[in-house]
Write a protein that binds this ligand. Structure first.
Ligand code: FMN
Length: 177
């Protein structure tokens, strides 16, 4: 039987959306029926066998819509296998990644009994039009803006490996239940 997974994500500039799309594509390669949606477009959270939920990290937190989604659907999510991912660190150095880790991730993991929370490197384009107050501020304060490393730090191999692991764990979890 084909298992279904909702991959829901929160992204400001699109790099987390591409990670979510890639996770969904890898799940499909593993014969999982993956639906990928921006978190604020999820109308019906019920009816999936498992959930992968991810957010970009800004100022050491998940985006508000992702935090609200997890909290408001925790009763449903707790009854199913859940995996969380964050997309953020503008570095491939694990130490930098630790320093910029989302502060709320541990509580979100506990809230839904997530099986894993992984942090993937993110991407930042200094020339992209600013979104939100913080970025507008940064756009007029070049010193602040230029303090952020520019570039794409997403590790597609790590993302594929993780998503393949999710497919395997999902299969095991559903066979046991
Ligand atoms: C203003 C600003 C603040 C950021 N703060 C963090 C942070 O605290 N921790 C982190 O890991 N990454 C941080 N980042 C990096 C973003 O998480 C990264 O660019 C991510 O890939 C953006 O995802 P998106 O394109 O889906 O919006 C920040 C980026 C910006 C522009």
């Amino acid at each position: 039987m084909t298992h279904s997974v909702l991959v829901a994500y929160a992204s400001r500039h699109g790099s987390t959306r591409a990670i979510a799309d890639r996770i969904a594509a890898t799940l499909r390669e593993c014969s999982v029926d993956a639906t990928v949606l921006p978190i604020d477009q999820v109308r019906d959270v019920d009816g999936y066998d498992g959930y992968v939920i991810g957010s970009a990290v800004y100022a050491m937190r998940w985006l508000g819509e992702a935090r609200s989604f997890v909290r408001s659907h925790r009763a449903t999510l707790r009854r199913h296998p859940v995996w969380l991912f964050s997309s953020g660190p503008l570095s491939t150095d694990a130490k930098d990644a630790e320093g910029a880790a989302p502060r709320d991730a541990a509580s979100l993991v506990t809230e839904v009994g997530a099986r894993d929370h992984v942090i993937f490197g993110g991407a930042y384009d200094r020339e992209a039009p600013p979104i939100g107050l913080m970025e507008r501020f940064m756009s007029v304060m070049p010193a602040a803006r230029d303090a952020l490393p520019n570039g794409d730090f997403r590790d597609w191999h790590a993302i594929d490996t993780w998503a393949t692991g999710v497919a395997g764990e999902l299969e095991l979890a559903l066979v046991k239940s």
